[in-house]
Design a protein around this ligand. Structure first.
Ligand code: NAP
Length: 279
C-alpha cells in the first residue's frame, strides 16, 4: 500500500484564486469590495495570530476587513450588541467571531447574533441546520474545508465508515453531518467514548478534532484508511501522531499545511458569496 501525504495548500490556492477573481468582479459591479468583519474578545495570542492571518489573506484576495477588537472584560450583552450592529450594517457582508471567547461569555448567544446571511464562518444554529438538512447555507469552515479536501483527493465517503473524534459545534458535529450528507456511515466519538482505539480501527475515514497533540496513535489506523487531522496544537503539532500513522494510512493530512489552509480559503469564498447574495 502506498501512503501519501494530503496537503491542502494547492487546493486552498485554487479556491483563493477563484475567490479573488469573484471579489474583483464584485468590486467592478458595485464599486465596493466584499467586507469581512472580524471580532475578537481579549488578547489570546493564538486567536490574535489567527485573526491577523485571516485578515492578511482577505487583503490579498481583494476583500476588505473591518476589525473589531473588544477587551477581555466584555460582557455577553456587549458582545451580542456589537455583533448585532455588524449584522445590521449593509457595508459588512460577512462576520467572523473568533472562537473561543473568554469563559464568562455565552458564546452561543454571541454566535446567534450573527445574521444567517453573514454567517460566513458557519457557526450559527441556522447554518448547522441547513448543513444537516442539505439545504443551501454556509458550511462551518473547517468541516467544509475537510469535505473539499476529500473531494479534491478523490475520496468518496459514500458507504465508508467515518469516525469523527470530537463533537464541538464548530468542528466535530458539523464534520459528522457533512459526512453523513455524503452517505458515509458516521460514528462520533468524544471524551466519554469507551475503547476509542477499537472504534478508530474500524474507520475508513478518520477525522481527528480533539485538541490534544498526537492523541491518535499509528496503530489505531486501519491499513489504507484516510486520516484527516483537524487538530492544531502548540508547536505546529496535530492531533494525530503523523509519523506513526503515515505508513498505515493511504492518505493523511499534514500539520501544518493540511486542513488549516482550506479553512481560511473557505472563509474567503463564503464571504464573497455572501457579498453577491446581499447585492
Ligand atoms: P473542543 O471544542 O475543545 O472539542 C474537543 C473535542 O474533543 C470535544 O468534543 C471532546 O469531547 C473531545 N475529546 C477531548 N478529549 C477526548 C478524549 N480523550 N477522547 C475522545 N474525545 C475527546 O475543540 P475544537 O474547537 O473542536 O478543536 C479541536 C482541534 O481542532 C484543536 O486542536 C483546534 O486547534 C483545532 N482546530 C483547527 C482548525 C483549523 O482551521 N485547522 C479550526 C478549529 C479548530 P467532549 O465533548 O466529551 O468534551
Amino acid at each position: 500500500m502506498t501512503s501519501r501525504s494530503m496537503p491542502g495548500t494547492d487546493l486552498a490556492a485554487t479556491i483563493v484564486k477563484a475567490t479573488a477573481e469573484r471579489a474583483a468582479e464584485f468590486e467592478r459591479l458595485t464599486g465596493t469590495k466584499p467586507c469581512l468583519a472580524t471580532v475578537i474578545v481579549g488578547d489570546d495570542p493564538a486567536s490574535v495570530t489567527y485573526v491577523k492571518m485571516k485578515r492578511n489573506r482577505c487583503a490579498k484576495a481583494g476583500i476588505t476587513s473591518r476589525h473589531v477588537p473588544l477587551p477581555e472584560e466584555t460582557t455577553t450583552e456587549q458582545l451580542v450588541a456589537a455583533v448585532r450592529e455588524l449584522s445590521e450594517d449593509p457595508s459588512v457582508h460577512g462576520i467572523l467571531l473568533q472562537h473561543p471567547v473568554p469563559a464568562h461569555i455565552d458564546e452561543r448567544a454571541a454566535f446567534e447574533a450573527i445574521a444567517p446571511g453573514k454567517d460566513v464562518d458557519g457557526v450559527t444554529m441556522h447554518s448547522f441546520a441547513a448543513m444537516s438538512f442539505g439545504e443551501p447555507g454556509f458550511a462551518s469552515c473547517t468541516p467544509g474545508g475537510i469535505m473539499r479536501l476529500l473531494e479534491d483527493y478523490g475520496v468518496e465517503p459514500s458507504g465508508k465508515h467515518a469516525v469523527v473524534i470530537g463533537r464541538s459545534p464548530i468542528l466535530g458535529k458539523p464534520a459528522a453531518m457533512l459526512l453523513l450528507a455524503k452517505d458515509a456511515t458516521v460514528t462520533v466519538c468524544h471524551s466519554r467514548t469507551r475503547d476509542l482505539p477499537s472504534i478508530v480501527r474500524t474507520a475508513d475515514i478518520v477525522v481527528a478534532a480533539v485538541g490534544k497533540p498526537e492523541f491518535v496513535k499509528g496503530d489505531w489506523i486501519k491499513p489504507g484508511a484516510v486520516v484527516i487531522d483537524a487538530g492544531y496544537n502548540e508547536g505546529n503539532v496535530g492531533d494525530v501522531a503523523y509519523a506513526e500513522a503515515l505508513p498505515h494510512a493511504s492518505l493523511i493530512t499534514p500539520v501544518p499545511g493540511g486542513v488549516g489552509p482550506t479553512t481560511i480559503a473557505l472563509l474567503l469564498e463564503q464571504t464573497v458569496t455572501a457579498a453577491f447574495a446581499a447585492s
